[in-house]
Design a protein around this ligand. Structure first.
Ligand SMILES: NC(=O)c1ccc[n+]([C@@H]2O[C@H](COP(=O)([O-])OP(=O)(O)OC[C@H]3O[C@@H](n4cnc5c(N)ncnc54)[C@H](OP(=O)(O)O)[C@@H]3O)[C@@H](O)[C@H]2O)c1
Length: 243
């Protein structure tokens, strides 16, 4: 289900795969090899994939700093007990408030971490906001996160969750899509896909992230998930998930 672009990393495809296993969830073996036990940051901690990642990282003994976006007008009232009630969370989960609209808001969460998993993504599936606004938020937010990683001097690897939509629309008749495949934004626009600029946002963000990493020698792995689906962590045994 997950693929990865190894271009900006010295890792082979096999090595990249070790960062997140096919289910999209880190395994004990892979994380020990990659990061060692330490403090890692997960952006977009409330999300579907991120909350599973946090669950597994905690199980495996990591201290996790999860960034969460406060909803306007509900600061302090947001129920994230599905994260804070996880086993080990009391001792090992820290919640930080950060928003892609304020890239520097991620600095505090990233300072001192050995690894960063960047999953926060501004969904705009119904195009409520202008495309340019969402691109700016995603690209500048991501570059801000990468800058914080660089400045930290402690982050050894960053894993950015990109999307299959960054490779699907190349406009070429490619039978095999590997790490060399990229969505051609002009071609995608010519398809007149209604109400979804996500492939454009993700393609621009991943390209910008890889360029930044190459320029600054940052170890960045980008993952290319297709469709990640399944139960949410509220369904874990022993959790109360309905009222
Ligand atoms: N699920 C899939 O099938 C799939 C496929 C391909 C790629 N991906 C990628 O994998 C990653 C995780 O996907 P997912 O399905 O787990 O996503 P998700 O459940 O929609 O979670 C997205 C996360 O991003 C946060 N976010 C949105 N806008 C933000 C902002 N302005 N500042 C900070 N955080 C913000 C959301 O916070 P709120 O809770 O506050 O909204 C949420 O925590 C994303 O990067 C996505 O593009 C997912």
């Amino acid at each position: 289900m997950f693929n990865a672009r190894p271009e900006s990393s010295n890792e082979t495809m096999e090595g990249c795969k070790g960062v997140l296993e096919p289910e999209g969830i880190a395994t004990k073996r892979s994380m020990e090899v990659t990061l060692g036990k330490g403090v890692v940051c997960v952006t977009g901690g409330t999300g579907f994939v991120a909350s599973w990642l946090i669950t597994r990282l905690l199980e495996q003994g990591y201290t996790v700093r999860a960034t969460v976006r406060s909803y306007p007008g509900s600061e302090g009232n947001r129920d994230i007990s599905y994260l804070t009630d996880l086993p080990e969370a009391k001792e090992k989960l820290e919640i930080f408030n950060a928003d892609l609209d304020k890239p520097e808001s991620f600095n505090e969460a990233i300072k001192g971490c050995t690894g960063v998993f960047h999953l926060a993504h501004p969904a705009n599936y119904t195009n409520k906001e202008p495309e340019e606004t969402v691109i700016k938020r995603s690209v500048e937010g991501t570059l801000g996160i990468l800058k914080a990683c660089l400045n930290s001097k402690t982050v050894k690897r960053v894993v950015y969750t990109s999307s299959i939509s960054t490779v699907l629309y190349s406009g070429k008749d490619q039978q095999v899509l590997d790490e060399s495949a990229w969505t051609d934004i002009d071609y995608f626009r010519s398809l007149n896909a209604v109400g979804n600029s996500s492939p454009i946002v993700k393609t621009k963000t991943e390209r910008a992230a890889l360029e930044f990493a190459e320029l600054h020698g940052l170890d960045l792995v980008t993952l290319i998930p297709s469709l990640a689906t399944g139960i949410t962590i509220d369904f874990l045994p022993g959790r109360i998930w309905y009222t």
